[in-house]
Write a protein that binds this ligand. Structure first.
Ligand SMILES: [Zn+2]
Length: 467
């Protein structure tokens, strides 16, 4: 099976070159050739795609996703999504030109990951958080998706079974973040008062009780009274009880979750695999502590002998930081060899969960500070598209087009070996994972090929997308 894609702006993903009006030939699952131009009179034995007005980029690699397997959801081990849910999430990734994802729901088993990988055209890779304290944190915050017995697996077993990274270490659900605001605090309040509050109300009350850095000393009862009234709780629940309900929902998992981050970073150094740490106001202190003290991986004990395990600060642009805090922490990370990933969440278009792009801009405009782009998880999986993040970075002049594409392709394969060993580039011999998208609006993805097979055609999934 052969395909010729010609006339588009080919961005090979190497970080510096762009071939205007180039041509790409896919054959037998691989990129057969990349040409400077294609002579229209030339015959071609196979499908011919006219990509004029389009960019042609490697299938994007998203190193921070959730909800893409039939296993426990999020770092809190919540119940798995139904089949339709995780498959739809993978559909959305594929329709937006992402052909490889790293599942950061670290309590999935590799069987869950392999099932997702088998049933969908997107390559699904696995990371793990089977660490004693991380699991304890999950069970305290939620854990309903986990096996009844703890200690079901270990990082070592998971790596032996094919996991390629440790993460996500920490998360909003276990660290008093957005997951608490969205579900756990409203549920606890509803049980006690019969009133359902929404997430913004829950967050305001949480911050009244615990401050922005989750500190019980920071409680402000006058602010809690005002927040409770605004949430319609007056007369339904006593303020002292409300304070206790919120603290009891948030606090128990915090200490084990922070310990889980320490365990995970140590394990990453021991095994020589990358770790992905949830960067947020709640983890800033432990990140600083670990940056100072991270032992380097020892050759011999490492899966990549001689390699230094990288610890990736995930969503360095997390909105729980102030922009200045985010910048200071990312710079400190750079000084300590911690690469930074920024997550687009839904800050470009949908703006339901993240309404400001200030942190995004502050970090990206700093030359060389951010290494990788990812999505994380927007409301019910409706995050903005990774490919739109690539376009945004290029259009704001933070990187060249080639550099922006590299942030979602080769920069990722560089930091996380094993995520797409033969992908991330359009060059002869590489896997034929290739995307054709409108140069005007990258979200207008016309074609996606995975292993040379057309899985998105004219913006729609083909039957080959799900198997
Ligand atoms: Zn995440």
């Amino acid at each position: 099976m052969s395909t010729l894609i010609h006339g588009g702006t080919v961005v090979p993903g190497t970080g510096n070159t762009v071939v205007e009006s180039g041509a790409v030939i896919l054959r037998d699952g691989h990129v057969a050739d990349v040409l400077e131009r294609w002579d229209h009179d030339q015959a071609f034995d196979g499908e011919v795609i006219d990509a004029s007005g389009c960019v042609v980029v490697p299938g994007l690699i998203n190193s921070h996703v959730h909800g893409v397997t039939p296993g426990p959801l999020m770092p809190s081990g919540a119940p798995a999504l139904p089949d339709d849910g995780w498959l739809a999430n993978l559909d959305r990734h594929l329709l937006a030109g992402t052909t490889t994802v790293l599942n950061l729901c670290g309590f999935c088993t590799m069987d869950h990951v392999r099932e997702a990988d088998r049933r969908h055209a997107v390559h699904v890779r696995g990371a793990t958080t089977y660490l004693p304290e991380a699991e304890r944190a999950a069970r305290m915050a939620d854990g309903r998706g986990l096996p009844a017995q703890s200690g079901h697996s270990t990082v070592e077993k998971m790596l032996d079974d094919g996991a390629i990274a440790i993460g996500e270490l920490g998360g909003g659900q276990t660290l008093g973040g957005g997951g608490q605001d969205l579900s756990y605090i409203p549920r606890a309040i509803e049980r006690a008062s019969g009133v359902r509050v929404h997430s913004a109300q829950a967050r305001r009350m949480k911050e009244a009780v615990l401050g922005r850095f989750i500190d019980p000393e920071a409680c402000d009862m006058a602010e809690l009274r005002a927040a409770a009234a605004e949430a319609g709780l007056e007369g339904h629940i006593d303020l002292v009880e409300l304070r206790k309900i919120i603290a009891d929902s948030v606090l128990p998992s915090i200490e084990p979750a922070l310990n889980g981050i320490r365990e995970g970073v140590q394990a990453a150094a021991r095994f020589g695999v990358p770790a992905i740490v949830h960067s947020a106001a709640a983890t800033a202190r432990v990140m600083r502590e670990l940056m100072d003290g991270t032992p380097r991986a020892k050759a011999g004990g490492s899966r990549r002998p001689g390699a230094k395990a990288s610890v990736i600060a995930s969503h360095a642009n997390h909105p729980s930081h102030t922009p200045a805090e985010a910048l200071a922490l990312a710079k400190l990370g750079r000084d300590h060899g911690w690469p930074a990933e920024v997550s687009v969440f839904d800050l470009l278009h949908r703006k339901q969960t993240v309404t400001t792009r200030e942190h995004w801009d502050v970090l990206l405009q700093e030359p060389g500070l951010v290494d990788v782009l990812a999505t994380d998880y927007g409301h019910e999986g409706h995050h903005d598209e990774l490919i739109s993040a690539v376009q945004d970075v290029a259009e704001h002049g933070y990187r060249s087009l080639a550099g922006a594409v590299a942030m979602a392709t080769t920069a990722v394969t560089g930091l996380i070996p094993g995520i797409a060993p033969n992908g991330g580039r359009i060059e002869a011999g590489r896997d034929a994972d290739v995307v054709v998208a409108s140069a005007e609006d990258f979200r207008d993805v016309r074609f996606v090929f995975v292993g040379g097979v057309c899985v998105v055609r004219d913006g729609r999934l083909t039957p080959a997308a799900r198997r």
